[in-house]
Design a protein around this ligand. Structure first.
Ligand SMILES: Nc1ncnc2c1ncn2[C@@H]1O[C@H](COP(=O)(O)OP(=O)(O)OP(=O)(O)O)[C@@H](O)[C@H]1O
Ligand SMILES: [Mg+2]
Length: 270
């Protein structure tokens, strides 16, 4: 919260509905109070409605990169544009109302499921239930002791990683952002849950620009573009197939993870 307040809104900022074209021009960034850049000369272009997958080892800067899009931090050099307009020219709420995050660690309030999906928003009960259905969450919610009235979070029922993620996707359906960022670290979920999450994600990304941080092949395959990060730099970008053929680091992610040869991986793609 304190960090956010250091960033100031320009005078007469722009209020507008965004389409979701995102451009990074030579962006470098270090966290306030630190000396070392965690992102260096990041450049890429995404058109409205596209899905971008971001892959890379732990600490390579994936989460940081996505935090810059809604201007949670100001960058040191370069430029970030949405629809060709510098994000520094936008009103804060124009950015933040239209960009949603599904965080790496999904936070649930010690409140009931309904309130956790509403997340402070105004919406009818029907709208919440529809969002939960779209997010493939309705079925497990109605099986909870008090359904949508069940308390969750610290003082309530503990939900699994896969369930929390679907609650977060339901939140995103309600907020209907133009840009969605999904920091997907949920590992070790059973294949049935995985399939439900895939359905939920494939629905939520329609009609919006989506950044997905993931190593799941099932999600990467939908991506229009993949950014491969290493030590704060983009070392390659392109389609899954191109990268499998041309980028050794990219190939390593899948060859070691799934114990497959390049030929087998390309077959999966086909
Ligand atoms: N708030 C912060 N202040 C200072 N340094 C930070 C902060 N958050 C992250 N970093 C540093 O920035 C670098 C990139 O971190 P980031 O969280 O973006 O990596 P990541 O690719 O998302 O990793 P992971 O796969 O583990 O989620 C790391 O070296 C990390 O230690
Ligand atoms: Mg991260």
């Amino acid at each position: 919260m304190n960090q956010t307040s250091e960033i100031s809104e320009k005078q007469s900022p722009i209020h507008r509905e965004i389409d979701g074209n995102v451009t990074f021009n030579n962006v470098s960034f270090r966290y306030p109070g630190t000396e070392v850049n965690v992102l260096n000369n990041i450049s890429f272009k995404v058109s409205a409605g596209q899905t971008v997958a971001i892959v890379g080892t732990t600490g390579s800067g994936k989460t940081t990169l996505t935090k810059l899009i809604s201007r949670l931090y100001d960058i040191h050099s370069g430029q970030i544009e949405i629809d060709g307009i510098d994000i520094k020219d936008y009103a804060f709420h124009s950015l933040r109302d239209q960009i949603s995050y599904i965080e790496q660690d999904i936070f649930l309030f010690s409140k009931n499921v309904m309130d956790n999906i509403l997340f402070g928003r105004d919406a009818s009960e029907d709208a919440v239930i529809q969002a939960a259905k779209d997010a493939q969450a309705h079925d497990f919610i109605i099986k909870l002791p008090q359904g949508y009235e069940t308390s969750v979070g610290e003082r309530g029922v503990q939900l699994s990683g896969g369930e929390r993620q679907r609650i977060a996707i339901a939140r995103a359906f309600l907020s209907n952002p133009k840009i969605l960022i999904l920091d997907d670290s949920t590992s070790a979920i059973d294949s049935e849950t995985e399939e439900k999450i895939q359905i939920a994600i494939s629905r939520i990304l329609k009609g919006r620009t989506t950044f997905i941080i993931t190593h799941r092949l099932s999600q990467i395959r939908w991506a229009d573009k993949i950014l491969v990060l290493a030590n704060g730099k983009i070392i390659a970008q392109g389609s899954h197939e191109d990268l499998l053929r041309t980028c050794e680091e990219y190939r390593k992610i899948f060859v070691t993870r799934f114990d497959k040869t390049l030929e087998e991986l390309l077959e999966v793609q086909a």
